[in-house]
Design a binder for this molecule. Structure first.
Ligand SMILES: NC(=O)C1=CN([C@@H]2O[C@H](COP(=O)(O)OP(=O)(O)OC[C@H]3O[C@@H](n4cnc5c(N)ncnc54)[C@H](OP(=O)(O)O)[C@@H]3O)[C@@H](O)[C@H]2O)C=CC1
Ligand SMILES: O=C(O)CCCC(=O)O
Length: 482
């Protein structure tokens, strides 16, 4: 981290109640490029987490008493500081997460956009008046901050998944405690440093690190936590949802996906190919909204495959700090091992892997982009989240049939399709079982639109004007004026 222009952003302590706090034990954080040690972070005890929650609860009284406009000004300062430090924050992210530097800086801007958006949106939280049912009654609602919030976030978007939760929480008047993924805590701690510089009061934005199970228990079960938000795997989401049940917490879950990417015979193929590249290979394929299964109409299959293969063959695998790199290292060796199991299963069941000609030696956490053809529904790779740079192609002929295949999954996060027929656009968009649909585009994420899934991809919406609702309660007031 000695290349940072602002070394204060590299913090190796937790940020709790306005203080930098250490633990008796620590976790080591490594660079996925070569497993070299970047630094350590504390491994907190459950007792330290309980103290953090109590302090966040006390701090919330002052923060929620500010006007929305006062909170907005402070959040706006945080946004400005994040943008001003994009180079250093991007470097920290590339070093701990692996994604190419330009992509990392893009994520920092994306992360900042949630703070800016909710700084504004916090000022537009309204109650309402309701026509009475008894003439002497006056009925209305007020909205109030829900209380202390907790969040557990993943390594694939180490900054944006934090601000997408902290932005609305703070704008609503809540305090929040974040547990980032153990692979990528430094991006979270750098955000905490900037939160402090922005003047966010002590106890309102807290970042804690340590063993996931130890920290997860109080974050999901402490009675003073009112709302829990999680982004990560469906498997862990299920466990945390169960843990939240014991104290009936309001819960948002943004879990795994298995996005279909359908190219109809009336599609603009060049556009579909360009979008496929974005959707499949963003963050090396380690994104919950990445295309996981490509369904290509028989009539355009050969054209799509030829053009797609030509583009994939240009991708460069390497260190994210190198300017030419398109795909950095995967986050862990374990991630590659899981992909290998899916590949082996698919190849054993008749899939073919194309030779692209740009392959590098697959050592450490590096994996080449791959295209599999002759893929079918019997293969695990069609049903599980790949989370890596492997594109699987399936031919189809019939719209109804491809919809049945696309919907044949427990997941329902994102779906994409390409068609220039307006009737088909509405017909297919309405029938796809997913929370988000990209139509003639492979990029759907931004701060102004509701991000979230259906089925076992999760609960709730993040970003957009819906995103703040999860951090508010609606209180109904009934006044008898007789
Ligand atoms: N929807 C999405 O965006 C994501 C989906 N995934 C999917 O999950 C797969 C596995 O990735 P993985 O990193 O293991 O994802 P996880 O779901 O295990 O990790 C996400 C977050 O949950 C935490 N966590 C894990 N187990 C517990 C627990 N028992 N109690 C409390 N917190 C917990 C992790 O902490 P710690 O890091 O300390 O273990 C991390 O902060 C990926 O291959 C991908 O398919 C992964 C990440 C994001
Ligand atoms: O994969 C994820 O969980 C983060 C989604 C990134 C995005 O907002 O597009």
């Amino acid at each position: 981290m000695n290349t940072l222009s602002n070394p204060a952003l590299f913090r190796q302590s937790c940020y709790i109640n306005g203080q930098w706090v250490d633990g008796e034990q620590s976790l080591t954080v490594t660079n996925p490029v070569d497993q070299s040690v970047l630094g350590t972070v504390p491994s907190l005890t459950e007792a330290q987490v309980n103290d953090t929650i109590e302090q966040a609860h006390e701090a919330m009284a002052g923060w929620s008493a500010l006007t929305a406009k006062e909170r907005s000004k402070i959040l706006y300062r945080w946004f400005t500081l994040i943008e001003a430090n994009v180079d250093d924050l991007g470097t920290i992210m590339t070093l701990e997460q692996g994604k190419p530097l330009q992509e990392a800086k893009g994520e920092i801007r994306y992360a900042a956009s949630f703070i800016e958006w909710f700084a504004e949106e916090g000022k537009r939280v309204y109650g309402e008046t309701i026509p009475q049912t008894v003439s002497t009654n006056r009925l209305s609602t007020i909205t109030q901050p829900i209380g202390v919030c907790s969040a557990i976030t993943p390594w694939n978007f180490p900054a944006a998944m934090i601000t997408r939760k902290a932005g609305p929480a703070l704008a609503a008047g809540c305090s929040i405690i974040i547990k980032p993924a153990s692979e990528t805590p430094f991006s979270a701690l750098a955000l905490a440093e900037l939160a402090a510089q922005a003047g966010i009061p002590a106890g309102i934005f807290n970042v804690i690190t340590g063993d996931a199970r130890t920290l997860g228990v109080p974050l999901t079960q402490h009675p003073l936590i009112s709302k829990f938000s999680f982004t990560g795997s469906t498997q862990v989401g299920r466990t945390l949802y169960e843990q939240c049940a014991s104290t009936i917490k309001k819960t948002s879950l943004e879990l795994g996906g298995n996005a279909p990417f359908i190219v109809f015979d009336d599609a603009d193929i060049d556009k579909a190919v360009a979008s496929a590249m974005l959707s499949k290979f963003r963050n090396g394929g380690q994104t919950c909204v990445c295309a996981n299964r490509f369904y290509i109409h028989d009539a355009v299959y050969d054209e799509f495959l030829e053009k797609f293969t030509a583009q994939v063959a240009k991708l460069c695998v390497g260190n994210g700090l190198d300017q030419n790199t398109d795909i950095g290292p995967m986050i862990t060796r374990r991630a590659i091992d899981s992909m290998q199991l899916l590949l082996d299963d698919a190849l054993a069941k008749g899939a073919r892997q194309l030779v692209l000609g740009n392959e590098v030696e697959e050592q450490g956490n590096y994996i080449n982009p791959k295209i599999l053809v002759d893929v079918n529904d019997s293969m695990d790779i069609v049903h599980e989240e790949i989370f890596g740079p492997i594109a699987t192609l399936i031919r189809f002929q019939d719209e109804e049939d491809v919809l049945t295949q696309a919907n044949n999954t427990i997941f329902g996060l994102a779906a994409y399709f390409f068609s220039q027929d307006i009737s088909r656009v509405y017909r297919v968009a309405e029938k796809l079982e997913s929370g988000m649909v990209g139509i003639n585009t492979g990029m759907i994420s931004n701060e102004v639109a509701p991000f979230g899934g259906v089925k076992q991809s999760g609960l709730g919406k993040e970003g957009s004007h819906y995103g703040i609702e999860d951090y508010l309660t609606v209180k109904y007031l009934c006044v008898d004026i007789a």
